[in-house]
Design a protein around this ligand. Sequence first.
Ligand SMILES: [Zn+2]
Length: 69
Amino acid sequence: MTLSRTTRLTCPKCGSSFDYEFVPGASFTAIRLGNSRYMRCPICQRFSVFKLTGAPSPSSSPPGTTTDR
Ligand SMILES: [Zn+2]
């Protein structure tokens, strides 16, 4: 339904926060590193590793499926 989502990222270099729209399967300027992305900060124009907090993990079970009940 929703193929893209906007995630708030914080640049470790300049400390600026910005909204980044992730498009699954179309990582043109970012390198996928699990839950991180190696991309360029739009504020300081420097390449840094950004932690994706809140982004869905493609290979992880959703919470609740491992409930042993
Ligand atoms: Zn920056």
